[in-house]
Design a protein around this ligand. Sequence first.
Ligand code: ADP
Ligand code: MG
Length: 568
Amino acid sequence: VAEKETLGFQAEVKQLLQLMIHSLYSNKEIFLRELISNASDAADKLRFEAINNDALYGNDHELKIIVSFDKDARTITISDNGIGMSRDDVISHLGTIAKSGTKEFFGKLSGDQQADAALIGQFGVGFYSGFIIADKIVVNTRRAGQFASEGVRWESAGEGDYSVESVEKVSRGTDVILHLRAGEEELLSSWKLKSIIRKYSDHISLPIMMQKDEWDAEKNQSVLKDEFDTVNQASALWARNRSEVTPEQYDEFYKHVSHDFQAPLAYTHNRVEGRSEYTQLLYVPAHAPFDLWDRNKRGGIKLYVKRVFIMDDAEQLMPAYLRFIKGVIDSNDLPLNVSREILQESRDVKVIREGSTKRVLGMLEELANADEQEKKDKYATFWTEFGQVLKEGVGEDAINKDRIAKLLRFASTTNENADQNTALADYLGRMKEGQEKIYYVAGDSYTAAKNSPHLEIFRKKGVEVLLMTDRVDEWMLSFLNDFEGKELVSVAKGGLDLGALEDEAEKKEHEETETSYKDLVEKMKAALDEKAKDVRVTFRLTDSPACLVADENELSGNLLRMLKAAGQ
Ligand code: ADP
Ligand code: MG
């Protein structure tokens, strides 16, 4: 099909384009980072496909990215000799947004430019960011393995539509040609482009090349030479020594691997030697992705084998409860032709997963236990974004259960607000004399839990109660019976034994009261018949006349409601 066709962008792309051009203008340099990031991904994909098909390289084995500009034409071009795109690829990748949760995301935009700019930043803008500085983008591309006659030209002004047509393209890969908007002339300079590349793309492991320029004294201006310079360090960032990488470079690398726009909260970078040899560079993002709860979502780890990219989202490398972690694992032991199926069974992978889990927990502990306010704040952010997912680990990861339990944070009756910031260790430190158990109340919401009549006696006695209001809590609690030898008990269960918290006089008074109400209790039991399993005199309530409790060994009311809601 040689003819030119004009196609409309997906509605969300149109919205993204409009918003982005205005709201990200103050950050416009990021277009180059995004396009170089795509070129680098394209090289990774080619290298991977070529493992089983060396012919894809043709006679061009040296993967690289070339950035050039043309002052007269007012264009900047980013060229790569990576995997390239077929006509179908072009239409699906440069006309739509493939991310899951895209529709929901755009539904959240408010129309307020500043608020939306922050959201767009979180979403990640990718290829379309070119339109911040360009009023026309032309993409010439040819998929590796296809003929020169099978090239494709995509063109758009970044408004409602784009065109695609077949063209002759001699070399494999992709050229992205940006026609600059009026006023963007300052980008047409070697110095400017080099400084942007060094700032945002130094971590890219391929060489990013630019034509050399020299000062011509006679002409009194700089002139481009036929030689090329490599602008970046061009070595895999994770393979460098920690001391050779700056925090800014770690952050930029994160943005590249995660397709995220915001800097991460923390990272850990290690070379592991021994039974299994691998390098890990793992990040905790600063915000939850839109598809955190998507059951089909895979992890965020890119797997490399001896620097060769193997796959994105290698979910076997992280347990499910750490699926939000992003980064790179580079193994020295796995075969290059490793598949997802092989990963599932591999002992090397198991070793890597266990080692990486420990590293991630260590990184979280460092934030959680830090004295510096900055790190404490980071942990609070982490907890708000990912706490509910981490809780899954209590049930999923028996080996690390105790470490995870220490990382948990709860809302508590000692706080006046719903903040989840009480650690179990904090609770232990505040236990009353004679208190032997950790008490909690479960509820559908903070308000419901906080106003539970079960809390009355605890309030009276000044005993702290943890408020469990996340959906996952009761499931988690079925795996967490105790913490440092102290049993966790629900205040809503059975004959609550307050142990030594009750003094002798109180006990005696209770017994006398129970005897005097015996007849009434019998009558009520008879009246309620099958509807209640038991009727008891209680001393837990100070204001409410009565409350329902679950039997000692039964599921609590809240969990029963949840299971019913889930259709069980
Ligand atoms: P992301 O990189 O997060 O997937 P982008 O908007 O940056 O999103 O790019 C969209 C898609 O377009 C990429 O996933 C890729 O499939 C394709 N693409 C973009 N640039 C290139 C390129 N230089 N070579 C090959 N494919 C590309
Ligand atoms: Mg991209």
